[in-house]
Structure formats: C-alpha cells, structure tokens
Design a protein around this ligand. Structure first.
Ligand code: 13P
Length: 264
C-alpha cells in the first residue's frame, strides 16, 4: 500500500527567514499531525535553517538538485553527501527547469541550454542519491510541442528508461516519480485529472517493464503542474496519483495545508 506524499518545491524563492516563518505557519495549521509524508524542498542555502525546523516536526526535507560525485573540483555543485549531513531525505532530479525546459519562459531563449541536464546526468544523480540513502524524486514530462505532436507517452518512456539504466529493482523500490507536464508548470493550466491519471498509469506500466510489477506498484507517482487547493482533491483521488509536487501553492501556508489535507 503506497502512502501519499506531498512535496513543496520552493524553487529559487524565499530566504531562510521567510522559509522558517512559512514552515512554522504550516505546522501551526496542521498541529504537526500529518497522516501522509510531507516534504519541503528549499534552496540549498535555506536547507540548514529549514532542517532545524523540520527536525522538530514530521516534515521531511528535500533538495532541488545535486551533483553525482561525492567531492572534488566541481565548483558550485552540491553532493549527496553534503545533503545527507543536513538530514535531507529526498532530492528532486530531472525537473524540467534543470533539464532546461521552462513552462513559462522568463529568461533569454539563448541561455536555456546552460541549464540542460541529460538523461545520462540524471541517471548518475539517481545512482549517487541511492548510494547515499537519499530518495530521488525523478521528474518526467512533455513540453506542449511534444504533446501536440502526439509524443507524450514516448517522450516520458524515454525519460524513464534513460534515467533508470543500470539501477536494480531493489534500489528503485523506494523511488518517487513526478509527472510534471512542462506546459502546466507555473501556468495555472492544470492537466485534466483523467489525462493525468492516464499518463501516471502509463508511467507505472513502464516502470513495471523496466523493473517488475511489485516494484512499480510500490513506487509513488506524483502529479505536478499548477496543483492548487481547489484541484488537488480531484487529482489525488485517481488510483495512480499518489500525491503532488507543488510549486507556487506550496509557498502559501493555508494553500499548502489544504493540499496536504486533500492528499490525506
Ligand atoms: P507550480 O505548482 O507552480 O505549477 O510548479 C510545479 C512544479 O514545477 C513543482 O516542481
């Protein structure tokens, strides 16, 4: 039986102090009694402060990215070992924004390639995180152009296969996958619940082929992309959607709390 999970991805928002105030407010609303797994993914710089707040609660801590090597001459990178020092339990990998695909482009088109991750680097990151005991939240999803070209399923299948090369089912067992259609991220244009369920079911089927049925039944699949307090319940009611990866609405205490309640 998969337990629901709701993760808040703050992206490049909030200072440590603002983050601390937000988590304190969420805990105040929830009375610290979550029946599900709740994860907060602050910026790297806010992790120490939020780790302190989370340690006194049931909220788990996540990072938004990492490098795959333990240490060395990799300027500007953060390793899974460094995340583990702050008791980071989860790490987002392969978010469309780190793959270099933005739902709502606010940066010069010519700089997009600078962010891009490949399936190979995502695969290396997953292996490094599993080795360190940090649970990856692997993001997959199609752009609008790919959807309109009828390539949604094939794009996602290729992303899954590329990310999971050489990873044993036993390791994959605890994986979390997030289906995030790029066109739904930050746009207010949520994916229709029936279609999100269809894609998440397809993802589960694909994981069954890559690993095995028992493993795929254990893997939690989240939906992400304009999840709000008023659409969360309909999405989370779907059998293959085990929770949400929430951006904007995770930074408003009341909204995030209502999304948690919807998942419960
Ligand atoms: P929004 O909820 O702001 O659309 O962001 C979704 C997302 O990218 C979470 O990782």
């Amino acid at each position: 039986m998969r337990s629901p999970l709701v993760a808040g991805n703050w992206k490049m928002n909030l200072t440590s102090a603002e983050g601390e105030a937000l988590v304190t407010e969420i805990l105040h609303l929830a009375g610290e009694n979550f029946k599900i797994d709740v994860v907060i993914c602050p910026s790297f710089l806010a992790i120490p402060k939020i780790a302190d707040v989370c340690r006194r609660s049931r909220i788990k801590l996540g990072a938004q990215n990492c490098f795959w090597v333990d240490k060395g001459a990799f300027t500007g990178q953060v390793s899974p070992t460094q995340l583990a020092e702050f008791h980071v339990d989860y790490c987002i990998v392969g978010h469309s924004e780190t793959r270099g695909k933005f739902g709502k482009l606010e940066i010069p088109e010519s700089t997009v390639g600078l962010f891009s991750e490949s399936d190979e680097t995502i695969n290396l990151k997953l292996k490094a995180l599993f080795y360190q005991g940090v649970t990856p939240i692997l993001c997959v999803g199609e752009t609008l152009a790919e959807r309109e070209a009828g390539q949604t399923d094939s794009v996602i299948e290729a992303q899954l296969r590329g990310a999971l090369v050489g990873i044993e089912p036993a390791e994959m067992y605890g994986l979390v996958v997030a289906y995030e259609p790029v066109w739904a991220i930050g746009t207010g244009q949520v994916c229709d619940a029936a279609e999100a369920e269809r894609v998440c079911g397809m993802i589960r089927g694909c994981l069954g082929q890559i690993a095995d049925d028992e493993t795929s039944e254990n893997i939690r699949i989240l939906y992400g992309g304009s999840v709000k307090s008023d659409n969360a319940a309909e999405l989370f009611r779907m059998p293959n959607i085990d929770g949400g990866l929430v951006g904007g609405a995770s930074m408003v205490a009341k909204d995030f709390y209502q999304i948690i309640v919807a998942a419960e």
